[in-house]
Design a protein around this ligand. Structure first.
Ligand code: RB5
Length: 144
């Protein structure tokens, strides 16, 4: 499975830790930056991340900023992205089961690394349930 990961400066430390965890677990990782604690703008990274997923170059995306709010607002501007800000594993579970989320957004300043890892693991190991949820997810694309 190919995972694209991106953060701003506030999510940088968490991005590095998650990247190392996922590499150890043998996932293919596309690291889109940022590459230091120097201040950057999260929309630039959200755009790159969303496009990797919608172009089919990654199966899923993981985006991180301080609260996760800016990254989630920005990534959902990319058509075809279903980005979900999840602060704990059960949110990630339902984001996959009910919403077919293709980008997980995390809060680098509000979550510890263990919670972030559990949330990522739940996200990546849960399938979309389809059925009545598919009809609703399809309606998202109809919103202009
Ligand atoms: C950066 O200071 C911070 O505003 C950003 O990481 C994020 O929390 C925005 O939503």
């Amino acid at each position: 499975m190919k995972i694209a990961i991106a953060s701003d400066h506030a999510g940088y430390e968490m991005k590095e830790q998650l990247k190392n965890y996922l590499l150890e677990k043998k996932f293919n990782i596309i690291d889109l930056g940022t590459n230091s604690n120097a201040s950057v703008d999260y929309p630039d990274y959200a755009k790159k991340l969303g496009e990797k997923v919608t172009k089919g170059e990654a199966d899923f995306g993981i985006g991180i900023c301080g609260t996760g709010i800016g990254m989630s607002i920005a990534v959902n501007k990319v058509k075809g992205v279903r980005g979900a800000l999840c602060l704990y594993p059960s949110m990630a579970e339902y984001a996959r089961k009910h919403n077919d989320a293709n980008v997980l957004v995390l809060a680098g300043r509000l979550m510890g690394i263990d919670l972030a890892i559990w949330t990522v693991v739940k996200f990546l190991s849960t399938d979309f349930e389809g059925g009545r949820h598919k009809r609703r997810v399809d309606k998202i694309d109809e919103i202009k």
